[in-house]
Ligand binder design. Structure first.
Ligand code: CP
Length: 291
């Protein structure tokens, strides 16, 4: 049985085949590929996009979705996460989609269940479906010609599971990630090129991916206010100029901290295209893993 814990669970050939299905599902219309199947979603961290995208994807494929409300589940009575998952598994779902703050938790479940586990984000570790939808958005924009492209990943990279997944996935398709962040938000012990300012690389990159400053994962206060951070790292029309660059963000966006209001209206911003692609990519992933 196959699971999706990190993007390395899929070979390049598998990802290319996945994107063929993604293109087939791109109109987000309903079909019956997973008719009669049941998918469980278990989100121990907040989510707008990933949870609704997975749930819509499953429903568009004809599956039933059970969303465990962890706030009212028996976890509050002291049940461990492993027992919660074992009990859900005993009900014979066809897939379990899980988000948790603990790095590695989804991967630790795979030998305890009889169905695919899909990682919807585990702490700072990985967010494989986000990286797969980001890559798909880039591939479609550049008509499949990704070799030699460069992407600036801007902001709080160190604590970002989106960045962690993308810096592993994108180079497999010939895309070089360049980290743009203050020292305290850069990766430690990384072979990647890391710079302090977007202006240092803006003339050579094809894509900019802005990230949210993940205050909930910081053990110390780096800035007195997010506005102080935004002075140097907010993506503005001044920083982009008239360059032909794709602007991405996994969401949620902090307006005028990560990206200015003006750039959120700019046609180079493909954030909502990422969101739509996310449903189609997740439809393709569910079809692959459940069927
Ligand atoms: N991109 C992403 O993971 O967004 P959510 O936290 O809203 O799911």
């Amino acid at each position: 049985m196959k699971h999706l814990i990190t993007t390395s669970d899929f070979s390049i050939e598998e990802i290319e085949a996945l994107y063929e299905d993604t293109r087939m599902f791109n109109d987000l219309q309903s079909n019956s590929y997973l008719s009669g199947k049941v998918v469980v979603t278990l989100f121990f961290e907040n989510s707008t996009r990933t949870r609704s995208s997975f749930e819509i994807a499953a429903k568009r494929l004809g599956a039933q979705v059970v969303s465990l409300d962890v706030g009212t589940s028996s976890r509050s009575k002291g049940e461990t996460i492993f027992d919660t998952v074992a009990n859900l598994n005993a009900m014979k779902p066809d897939a379990i989609i899980i988000r948790h703050s603990e790095c590695g938790l989804p991967g630790s479940l795979i030998d305890k269940v009889d169905c695919p586990i899909l990682n919807a984000g585990d702490g700072m570790n990985a967010h494989p479906t986000q990286a797969l939808l980001d890559l798909f958005t880039i591939i479609e924009h550049f008509d499949g010609k990704t070799q030699g492209k460069k992407i600036a990943i801007v902001g709080d990279v160190k604590t970002s599971r989106v960045a962690a997944s993308n810096v592993k996935l994108l180079p497999r398709f010939g895309i070089e990630p360049i980290i743009v962040a203050p020292e305290h938000f850069q990766f430690e012990n990384s072979d990647l090129r890391q710079v302090n300012s977007l202006s240092e690389v803006i003339d050579e990159v094809d894509v900019v991916m802005s990230l949210r400053t993940q205050l909930e994962r910081h053990s110390q206060v780096y800035y007195n206010s997010l506005q102080e951070y935004a002075k140097d790292y907010c993506i503005t029309s001044e920083s982009f100029g008239d360059r032909d660059i794709l602007l991405l963000h996994p969401g949620p966006v902090n307006r005028n901290v990560d990206i200015s209001d003006e750039m959120l209206e700019d046609k180079r911003n493909k954030i909502l295209e990422q969101v739509s692609n996310g449903v189609a990519v997740r439809m393709a992933i569910l079809k692959k893993l459940i069927n």
